[in-house]
Design a binder for this molecule. Sequence first.
Ligand code: ZN
Length: 132
Amino acid sequence: MWSQRSVVDYGLAKRAALASLSSGRVTTTDLCDAHPYLLRAAKHHGEPTDRQCPVCRRRKVTHVTYVYGSELGRCEGRVKMTAELVEMAREYGEFRVYVVEVCQGCAWNHLTVSYVLGTGEPGDRGRRAAGK
Ligand SMILES: [Zn+2]
C-alpha cells in the first residue's frame, strides 16, 4: 500500500532560501515568483495545510503535488490529489511525486519533498498492457 521510497526532503534548501531573504541577499520578488499556472493549480487542485507562509505570514500554504515517471504516459507532469496517489501507487510500478508549497497570497513557492511510490515492479503495467 502506501510506502514512500527514496524520500528527498528539501527543507534545507528552503531554509537557505528564507535565510537569504532575511539577510537581504535576495528579495521577495526573487522568491515569490510562482508561475501563474502554479498559482492556478494551487487554487483549483491544491490541498490546504496548517502551515503559515514563511514569507508573508498572512496565509497558509497550499500543497500542489506533481507526478513524474516513464510509466505514467499522459499522466506525467499532472497535478494529483493525495487520494489519487494511493490508487496510483497500486497501479504503477514506480513514479516520483513532487510536493510544492505555494502561498496564494504572496506567490511564495518552494519544493518541499519528493518521493517514489509504486508497487516496486517497474514496467508492471506496461507488460500487462503488452499482454506478456
Ligand atoms: Zn505568502
